[in-house]
Design a protein around this ligand. Sequence first.
Ligand code: DAT
Ligand code: MG
Length: 150
Amino acid sequence: MERTLIIVKPDAVQRGLTGAIIARFEARGLKIIGMKLMQVDRALAEKHYDVHRERPFFAGLVEYIISAPVMVIALEGTDAIAAARSTIGATTPAEAAPGSIRGDYGLEIGRNLVHGSDSVENGEIEVANFFSEAELCGGWSRDVDRWVFE
Ligand code: DAT
Ligand code: MG
């Protein structure tokens, strides 16, 4: 089972799309093992986006993610990284496929609604950066799991 960190970004929370976005991951079969509304502080935002530190959009990206509350969600499932990223869609909303979150709700790269971890390793690191072990219900099983996981 892989773990991925989903962030429902400030634009999506402000637009009242939190529930619609969570529903897509749930319907896909991904299991929620942690979720909380939080305001990200600058230190955590800079750590989360450290890989982009030298990019020209870094400062704006940090300001955006700390500008208002976000819903952070830890998901678990088979191929959770790839499954969540395809549900999210391409980074640039104009290029995101219809049916994906960004393809259905977004227009601009700087307001692209959702973050999803991009590798198995980063999924583990990012979940640990945003959740304490006590905040996670790791290993809980749903009665429906045998109909989702073979
Ligand atoms: P993703 O969020 O699809 O994983 P990423 O990790 O490459 O994309 O970039 C992180 C975020 O940074 C992305 O969601 C939006 C912003 N971003 C990326 N490339 C950008 C660019 N060329 N101009 C402005 N913002 C950009
Ligand atoms: Mg990324």
